[in-house]
Design a protein around this ligand. Structure first.
Ligand code: NAP
Length: 428
């Protein structure tokens, strides 16, 4: 029976769970893959740290980089995290030294994936990263294998569990952003530093990886990114009244031979499938020919779901399945045209908090017509006590640059009480 010697580097939330899974399921994995997975070495930052897992003395590597040089290591599993520093050093060195690599590190793959894939291809080793996108949702393997027949025109969905939990809980429990964020931190859904979850960066990394797999292109940094920090209860309530829910969505789409990548809070119809995905769940929707629309949903993070994805990658290597990391050879990957969204048209929700006095509404609607944006629906909610009014406008499809321009012009008016809002609508 063949054997595969593994080094797990990083024994935090994910690494320690994977370690346990591999020791508990060695027989099962051997039977499924016709090869024995052996965890030969492990390493992390601090040897003295108390851990729940049982590490044998001769398993620990004092210097994690030794895993890249040892002859009795075939596969290195990088579970340190971060685009730079030790994770980057480890993965580059491992591939250069002809070791297979499995990683859950979206930041690293989104930034250095092209360079890493080139080395992996040259040295005929695997670089697998299923766990880097949407945890337990097997979207990467689906794109590379199950959906290989398809020309993909669009991929979109909910790629961040923390922000989805925050938005859906604000809606269901009628709580403020900060109240829900604090609950999420206590429950372990949000990290101590949730910046990348809230400002859209986490989704941005995942979307870059997915879009490059869908469109056979190199990774591209032209991406519009906006997080959920500015969404408040009033927006959630307004969305409900208008028949929508607000979700943080990522989109990569091919329109007229150009690719648009965008991440932003989005109003979607209340009765749509995506609107029903609540809590920490992720959902990915792919539009392709001939398949039509295909959807996968599941746990987007956490040790159990992430281990499921890691095992899928490890099994692929156990079976000797050497593949190009981004599905096709570096030479065949394309340099496609990526466009910013300024000329892409959207229907949008705009909200203006203004002083309640005559002439304000007509001034705002004039600005809309001067900037070629037609209004589909307008709701005005005056608050007599505060002498203020909330004006909500739903537009017809208009170029993003005109919507943004209106926002900028109105923001400067002296009747405006707070920064105006723009949330794009997805009516599909
Ligand atoms: N958590 C999730 O739900 C989730 C989901 C999908 C993907 N991921 C990805 O999985 C990876 C690991 O995440 P995690 O949540 O397990 O992180 P974590 O709990 O912070 O664990 C990080 C591990 O890396 C080790 N480490 C840090 N610096 C090191 C260094 N210089 N040399 C060697 N080891 C070092 C740490 O060592 P010590 O233990 O000694 O401190 C720790 O064991 C990340 O790329 C993350 O984005 C996580």
């Amino acid at each position: 029976m063949k054997k595969l010697n593994i080094a797990i580097i990083g024994l935090g939330n994910i690494g320690s769970h994977l370690f346990d899974y591999l020791s508990d399921n060695k027989k099962f994995l051997t039977e499924k893959n016709n090869c024995i997975p052996i965890v030969k070495y492990v390493s992390a930052k601090n040897k003295k740290k108390k851990r729940k897992i049982k590490i044998k003395k001769d398993q620990w590597l004092s210097n994690y980089l030794d895993s890249t040089k040892l002859k009795d290591v075939d596969l290195i599993i990088e579970l340190i995290g971060g685009a730079e520093g030790p994770a980057k050093k480890l993965v580059f060195q491992a591939l250069k030294n002809k070791k297979h690599v499995v990683t859950a590190n979206k930041a690293l793959i989104a930034k250095y994936g092209d360079q890493l894939a080139k080395i992996a291809e040259k040295n005929r080793v695997n670089l697998e990263f299923e766990a880097s996108v949407c945890g337990g949702v097997p979207i990467i393997r689906s794109l590379k294998e199950g959906l290989i027949a398809n020309k993909i025109s669009k991929i979109y969905g909910i790629f961040n569990g923390t922000s989805n939990y925050i938005l859906s809980t604000m809606d269901k429990q009628n709580k403020s952003f900060n109240e829900v964020l604090s609950d999420a931190t206590k429950l372990g859904y949000a990290e101590t530093n949730p910046t990348a979850d809230l400002n859209g960066d986490d989704v941005s990394s995942k979307l870059k990886i997915l879009s490059s797999l869908c469109f056979n292109s190199f990774l591209n940094n032209k991406i519009y990114v906006e997080g959920i920090k500015d969404i408040d209860k009033a927006d959630i309530n307004n969305a409900n009244t208008l028949g929508y829910k607000i979700k943080l969505l990522g989109f990569a789409e091919l329109l007229n031979k150009k690719i648009y990548q965008r991440v932003h809070p989005t109003l979607i119809k209340k009765d749509s499938y995506v609107a029903s995905i609540d809590g920490v769940l992720n959902a990915v929707i792919v539009d392709g020919t001939p398949v039509g629309q295909s959807t996968i949903q599941g746990e987007g993070a956490g040790p159990a779901a992430t281990t499921s994805a890691l095992i899928s990658d490890i099994s692929s290597i156990l079976r000797g399945n050497i593949k190009f990391p981004f599905s096709l050879s570096n030479k065949e990957r394309k340099k496609l045209k990526f466009s910013d969204i300024s000329n892409r048209s959207f229907s949008a929700y705009l909200r203006f908090e203004v002083i309640d006095k005559p002439g304000v509404l007509s001034n705002i609607t004039n600005i809309f017509s001067k900037n070629k944006v037609s209004i589909k629906r307008l709701v005005q909610n005056p608050d007599k006590n505060k002498r203020s009014s909330s004006i909500i406008i739903i537009t017809h499809n208009s170029k993003d640059k005109y919507l943004k321009k209106i926002l900028k012009i109105v923001a400067k008016k002296n009747y405006v009480k707070r920064k105006p809002k723009l949330i794009r609508i997805d009516d599909n």
